[in-house]
Design a binder for this molecule. Structure first.
Ligand code: GUN
Length: 295
């Protein structure tokens, strides 16, 4: 059984990006700039955003954080996004989700300039993904694909079961795995809350992506021998033994599932770290595309 180690793979992606930044600095060029918008005081969002900013700093990207109150008017958020869209010094815009209930997520994500949409949530990016046209891929699915590539996991002709149909993970990863490309070409089954026989589907799967947000959902008796298991879950569970007061649990019953697998991602230390690396890779790609279209 091989652990698919997000620490190792994200480090490799970050090291490559850091080397690119060093080349830019040596050539006296500007460096990529990621702008992150956070609304309100959601603990998990604060952690993710802090981590994105810290990782930007580590590889030499510029970053900026725009903080808005939970009660911010939609019009004020739109104004903020328009300013960032128009600012030539900014390459990537990331609006941390979830948004407060009074803000229409669909409308707002469609307003982020397509050329700076490092989250890949703009309908143009999503449409391109569905069509197989190169585009920004949402960070978590992109991170999973980088992991499959790093470990050279055979996907062609395999049966992949994706549990979860969210716009952020389930839907895009199901499209990527079925695309006619290296690390695609799977036959994909998407399971969700109304699927009646998830266990049966999973037992037929060569690859399982668990992205439903229920800790420990995928049990050993749902997994066939030698399956590849990708755990996207990152639920916070109260844990008084931890300094933070919580521990992070994945959607897979790791202890019992891992011995049956050919490969598995741990939580923490798996897909979560890849998500950040993928945002940074998207920001670098946005920088390259914007620079080439300015010349
Ligand atoms: N909240 C949870 N996951 C994500 C993500 O991938 N991007 C953004 N912007 N917010 C999130």
């Amino acid at each position: 059984m091989q652990i698919l180690d997000g620490k190792i793979v994200s480090r490799a992606v970050m090291d490559q990006l850091k080397a690119k930044v060093e080349e830019l600095i040596a050539a006296k060029k500007r460096v990529p700039h990621l702008s992150v918008i956070i609304i309100g005081r959601n603990g998990a969002s604060e952690t993710y955003v802090a981590s994105k900013i810290k990782n930007c700093e580590e590889i030499g990207f510029k970053s900026s954080l725009v903080r808005l109150e939970e009660t911010v008017a939609e019009s004020a958020l739109i104004e903020t996004i328009n300013k960032l869209n128009e600012d030539d010094a900014i390459d990537g815009i990331l609006l941390q989700l979830p948004l407060p209930k009074h803000i229409n997520e669909q409308k707002i994500t469609s307003l982020i300039d397509y050329s700076k949409d490092v989250d890949g949530f703009n309908p143009i990016s999503m449409g391109n993904l569905a069509l197989g046209v190169p585009s920004f891929i949402p960070a978590t699915p992109f991170g999973i694909m980088l992991m499959l590539e790093y470990y050279n996991i055979e996907t062609s002709g395999k049966h992949a079961v994706v549990i979860g149909r969210s716009n952020i993970v389930g839907r895009p990863i199901s499209m990527l795995l079925s695309q006619n490309s290296t690390y695609g070409n799977c036959t994909v089954t998407v399971c969700h809350s109304r699927t009646t026989n998830i266990k049966e589907h999973c037992l037929n799967a060569d690859i399982i992506v668990a992205a439903l947000g229920i800790p420990g959902f995928l049990k050993a008796d749902m997994v066939k021998e030698n399956a590849v298991v990708i755990d996207v879950g990152i639920t916070r569970i109260k844990d008084t033994s931890k300094k933070s007061g919580y521990s992070i649990k994945g959607d897979v019953d790791f202890e019992n599932v891992a011995p049956k697998c050919s490969c598995i991602t741990p939580v923490p230390g798996g897909v979560g770290l890849m998500t950040i690396a993928a945002v940074l890779q998207n920001t670098y790609n946005a920088y390259l595309q914007r620079n080439s279209s300015c010349q």
